[in-house]
Design a protein around this ligand. Structure first.
Ligand code: SF4
Length: 257
């Protein structure tokens, strides 16, 4: 392993430990959904406030007896049910198309079979379905009852990674999944990988803000070249993410439409 990679791995670990001390690891899982339901929830949540996507998810559960019924429902009805999320006119057909693809490829509307698959294989299987990207596949494997060691990267997590120099600023959210996961110790279990995503996301939400990061009270200032430059008053712009990536509002686990 070259020295640069070793240094980055050591930095990723140090950041994780410091942020865990701030936000309190282990962090409880926020969902106990089966993997297919987690997939629906994740697809609804792209660029949508958590409260609104949660509301839409509950509306679907209340309207349809199961996901098969939603798959076969009139498109306009599904769209009407999820009003309140962003782009319901795109998300409704996508939800139905993803379910049809699953039915066709697996022969059943269930993702429980992923439980016995290695993480990378399971991610590749999910991402072979149009409309499922790296963030959604990782969310399904990590946040659902599968509880696998997959690392989702949302816009907050990505911003902290860019500013601390864990990834170059031109690495967009999608490709950053593999790069950031490769920096984590390979022996980490699912809970610790989940904690890593959560603490990076929380730090982006509560301290490393998009416009005015609170570097003066940041627990990882010592490890962050962007924050150090700002504190020195250097004319260094805050390292902003690449414009090729989406800037979410309260994104947790979402890919683009
Ligand atoms: S030092 Fe500033 S830029 Fe760096 S992670 Fe902390 S808040 Fe963000």
């Amino acid at each position: 392993m070259n020295q640069d990679l070793q240094d980055l791995k050591a930095k990723a670990l140090a950041i994780h430990e410091r942020l865990c001390a701030v936000y309190g690891c282990p962090i409880p899982y926020f969902h106990t959904l089966d993997p297919l339901s987690e997939l629906i929830s994740s697809l609804l949540s792209h660029r949508t406030r958590n409260a609104d996507s949660g509301h839409a998810y509950k509306a679907l559960r209340a309207r349809y007896a199961d996901w098969a019924e939603m798959m076969n429902a009139p498109l306009e009805e599904v769209e009407e049910t999820i009003q309140g999320v962003t782009w319901p006119e795109q998300k409704a057909p996508r939800l139905q198309a993803v379910l049809r693809a699953l039915q066709e490829r697996h022969g059943a509307l269930s993702l429980d079979f992923l439980k016995d698959m290695p993480v990378e294989e399971a991610r590749a299987w999910l991402e072979s379905i149009p409309g499922i990207g790296p963030k959604t596949s990782a969310a399904v494997l990590s946040f659902s009852t599968l509880r696998k060691a997959a690392l989702p990267v949302d816009s907050h997590h990505h911003r902290v990674a860019v500013r601390t120099g864990l990834i170059a600023r031109n690495v967009a959210v999608g490709p950053s999944h593999a790069v950031l996961f490769a920096l984590l110790p390979s022996e980490w279990d699912a809970q610790t990988v989940y904690d890593n995503h959560e603490v990076m996301m929380l730090h982006g939400q509560r301290c490393c803000f998009f416009n005015s990061p609170a570097c003066g009270r940041c627990a990882i200032l010592e490890l962050c070249p962007t924050g150090q430059a700002r504190m020195r008053g250097e004319d260094a712009p805050v390292a902003k993410p690449s414009r090729t990536q989406p800037i979410g509002t309260s994104s947790r686990y979402r890919d683009g439409p």
